[in-house]
Write a protein that binds this ligand. Structure first.
Ligand code: HEM
Length: 178
């Protein structure tokens, strides 16, 4: 299996970025929803520290992924033969990029406007601000729901292909030669 994709399968770089991003998104959704429910400020800061570091990591990874597809690699041919499914999968994939970049931008916006960064990164004394007072918080909450919907659609479609159509779509996004 080579670093780059070929017409039949994704390459090692694309497969690695895909699965690391999936794992990061699951942890980000979990830590974000958890932090939102927490009353204890110190515990919430600890959860948000993990959340923010991983959020910035997925931002860098997504920028690297965009650069990889633009300048270094080309996607394998689509195995989806039904036009509306082809269009829907294209829209979901594009929306993933938009939502990830939007989540990162609104997350950074919240930290800058609220001045919470020193509490989260430097362990400065004090309690966390009420993030609801800052406009990016609404966008971040909306983006989180959209991300969950995309995740369900994307995973559902992949399982449908794997279990019912058995067209090898999932195997293309894994390591090793087919
Ligand atoms: C793809 C990336 C990200 C995902 C999927 C994500 C997910 C979430 C979720 C699900 C919530 C809770 C939303 C709600 O309950 O309405 C949340 C809250 C939050 N996120 Fe993110 N996030 C991401 C990136 C970031 C980044 C990059 C930052 C900061 C640089 C950030 C900072 C925050 C903050 C400050 C909160 C508020 C927590 C609270 O209300 O206690 N997030 N995020």
């Amino acid at each position: 299996m080579s670093l780059k994709s070929n017409p039949q399968q994704y390459g090692t770089v694309a497969v690695s970025i895909h699965w690391v991003s999936a794992l990061l998104i699951i942890i980000l959704l979990g830590t974000g929803l958890r932090a939102d429910q927490m009353a204890d400020s110190a515990a919430r800061i600890a959860v948000l520290r993990v959340h923010v570091v991983l959020g910035l990591t997925i931002l860098l990874l997504t920028l690297a992924r965009i650069a990889w597809w633009l300048f270094a690699d080309s996607k394998p041919a689509s195995v989806v033969t039904v036009l509306w499914q082809h269009r829907l999968s294209g829209a979901v994939h594009l929306l993933f990029y938009v939502v990830i970049l939007g989540m990162a931008a609104s997350g950074i916006g919240m930290l800058i406007l609220s001045g919470a960064a020193p509490l989260i990164f430097e362990g400065a004394a004090g309690t966390l601000p009420d993030f609801d007072l800052y406009p990016p918080r609404r966008a971040h909450g909306f983006g989180a729901r959209l991300m969950i919907a995309l995740f369900v659609l994307h995973t559902g479609a992949a399982l449908y292909h794997h279990v019912f159509k058995r067209d090898g779509l999932m195997r293309r996004m894994w390591f090793g030669a087919r």
